[in-house]
Design a protein around this ligand. Sequence first.
Ligand code: NAP
Length: 271
Amino acid sequence: MTAPHATTSPSQAAPTQVRILLLGGTSEAVALASALAARPRLSVISSLAGRVHQPHLPPGEVRVGGFGGLDGLVHYLQSHHIDLVVDATHPFATRISRNAQQACSHLALPLITLTRPPWTPTPEDRWREVPDTAAAASLTDRPGTTVFLSIGRQDLFPFASCTRAFYVIRAIDEPADPLPAQHRIILERGPFTLDHELALLRSLSIDLLVSKNSGGAATYAKIEAARLLQLPVLMIQRPGDPTNLSKSTVADVLQTLDTLLQKPEHQRSKT
Ligand code: NAP
């Protein structure tokens, strides 16, 4: 493990700073950065992919952009003397999470993962769970159907060949991928209220909602609105191993971090 980045004073040894890389892009990552900013022994760098034009910036130091794959991340962790990584990226952001796991394992750095729990259907919900975006696209393209695509702008490609249904696409920024023949784009950023989502689904005469199972409160209102309007939902399941152990709330991460930081440094990678 890399030596911690120490601060010194001429008269007495200053407490060792623990340098944390916080992989973000979620509301939980912003909340975590805010909580950690108040802790004097910690030096936190939040990292964003740079996908969103005007992101909600967390407090403290922020870097933006990819690291250049696994090798780039390993190099970054070493050259910035990072002691610990927190992965608070979105549950569908699999590449960066895999790179974080491999880089931390390679450098014997502790890694704490924050993954919000997935949503689960109630008896009133009309969900059909599908494994990925391509499977969702193959089930939507029916004439006379208006589909609400609420899956972000990065995974629209499988819908590009759809010609029969009409798609309402909601995203924070303008999509760059090819789009289905018949579509309308709505640019807006959550969190959304139930009233807002009910009004939107009604005014656009939506017949079918497509959503990722992102979990969390910020975008759950569309699921509640679909339930109240008895609309069917194609729910895209999470990628990866659902049994993967991780923390599910910001409070859980803070507790794990506190426990970890009480251990001697050479034992910290054994989380
Ligand atoms: P991804 O497929 O796992 O990552 C693709 C590449 O983007 C990574 O290999 C990495 O580039 C870079 N990257 C991703 N997250 C990064 C971060 N926090 N800091 C620095 N580089 C990062 O992820 P994604 O699906 O493109 O998501 C990108 C970001 O958007 C993530 O921060 C995620 O939390 C957020 N987000 C994603 C979704 C979603 O549905 N996928 C939804 C909401 C928010 P290098 O290999 O060059 O390091």
